[in-house]
Ligand binder design. Structure first.
Ligand code: NAP
Ligand code: G4F
Length: 325
């Protein structure tokens, strides 16, 4: 029997981190996670997504803002694989605080790459890139060759992370990949993102606990998949012979309005009666449409999504109905 593989996940308390940890535990990895110090002090609130995994994983507190703390972790664990998911991931917030978004997202990625290069060069590295890098899209469907045109400091931070990852691969021969992932959701999605804001509101409205739902631009269109499918693609990228970058999405695009319509119809309600548009929720520069061309992932990783738009919306609404009952 081979040695047990060690995987280190940054952002393990987030949506993707929790699904990825589950996935890797099933694959018999020893999973390590970096969390913020406050998370260890307030497990109930900050570790809710990984509560059921706590006995199976090893958590350390470290800061993505400190090179020294990243170096310590890399030296101590010498992981076979690092999945760098930790980031200020909320696009709207990046307009309010560009500085912390850029600092955390760019420096965190740079510190990890540099620490791996210096102290554990055989470690394979996954960077959580984003379709936000395409921003104001150049092509109807975006793939690995489509030009970037980010529309927020969040998008800019992800382009920088992508370029750092590519450069460490080419200059220092690291096994470093970027997954350019399109929007992916689940019942573990943060409540500030539009899909969860809708599914939780639908549940609360149905249960008589909320009256209206305030939203911004409901004409925006996204390529929405399920997070459980997408963490598998992350892992597959690090199992290839050669490191490379991959677009991961469904190839289907739906508007926020379509999401609303379907989510409300699941509980027998008409969204038009509850929705209120709040212009303050519009973004200073919007990403209007995103749609993936994931041909490369399909061909090389043999990856494809297993949960469609309808299945995703249904799961999110039904889970929130249970949660808020
Ligand atoms: P998420 O639920 O918001 O999780 C973000 C994680 O990053 C959390 O564990 C959070 O820790 C951690 N984090 C945030 N700021 C940090 C800081 N300053 N220092 C240390 N840790 C920090 O995000 P997600 O949806 O799982 O996404 C995972 C990654 O994929 C992110 O990098 C995101 O930008 C990227 N991405 C997501 C999507 C998507 O549709 N979900 C698509 C493309 C790319 P706390 O719990 O302590 O806040
Ligand atoms: O759910 P969102 O906030 O996700 P967004 O901005 O697409 O970003 C997510 O996906 C990216 C991948 O493309 C990730 F990199 C990123 O980390 C994050 O996970 O907004 C989706 C759309 C936007 O066009 C927004 O303007 O929904 C529109 N929207 C309309 N009303 C709203 C609202 N978004 C939010 N969050 N809240 C609203 O009330």
């Amino acid at each position: 029997m081979g040695q047990i593989k060690k995987a280190l996940i940054t952002g393990i308390t987030g949506q993707d981190g929790s699904y990825l940890a589950e996935f890797l535990i099933k694959k018999n990895y020893q999973v390590y996670g970096i969390v913020r110090r406050v998370a260890l002090e307030d497990e109930t609130h900050r570790l809710w997504r990984i509560k059921h995994l706590l006995k199976k994983i090893k958590l350390s507190s470290a800061s993505l803002e400190s090179y020294a703390s990243i170096v310590k972790i890399i030296q101590k664990i010498k992981p076979n694989e690092v999945y760098h998911l930790g980031a200020q991931s909320y696009v709207s917030y990046s307009f309010e605080d560009e500085f912390s978004t850029l600092n955390t997202n760019i420096n965190g990625t740079h510190y990890l790459l540099s620490a791996i290069k210096e102290f554990s060069p055989k470690t394979k590295f996954y960077f959580a890139g984003s379709s936000e890098m395409f921003g104001k899209v150049y092509k109807k469907k975006q793939n690995e060759t489509t030009r970037f045109y980010p529309r927020s400091s969040y998008g800019i931070s992800k382009v920088a992370g992508f370029e750092l990852t590519r450069n460490y691969r080419e200059a220092y021969n690291l096994f470093a990949c970027t997954g350019i992932l399109f929007n992916h959701e689940s019942p573990r999605r943060g409540f500030e993102f539009v899909t969860r804001k809708i599914s939780s509101a639908v549940a609360k409205i149905k249960l008589g606990k909320q009256k209206n739902l305030y939203l911004g631009n409901i004409n925006a269109k996204r390529d929405w998949g399920h997070a459980r499918d997408y963490v598998k693609a992350m892992w597959l990228m690090l199992q290839q012979k050669k490191p490379s970058d991959f677009v991961v999405g469904t190839g289907e695009m739906h508007s926020v309005k379509e999401f609303l319509n379907l989510a409300f119809s699941i509980v027998g309600l008409n969204y038009k009666k509850f929705i209120k548009i709040d212009k303050n929720l519009y973004r200073p520069s919007e990403v209007d449409t995103l749609r993936a061309d994931y041909t490369k992932a399909k061909k090389i990783l043999k990856w494809k999504p297993s949960i469609n738009f309808k299945g995703l919306v249904k799961e999110m609404v039904l889970e929130d109905l249970k949660r808020f009952k």
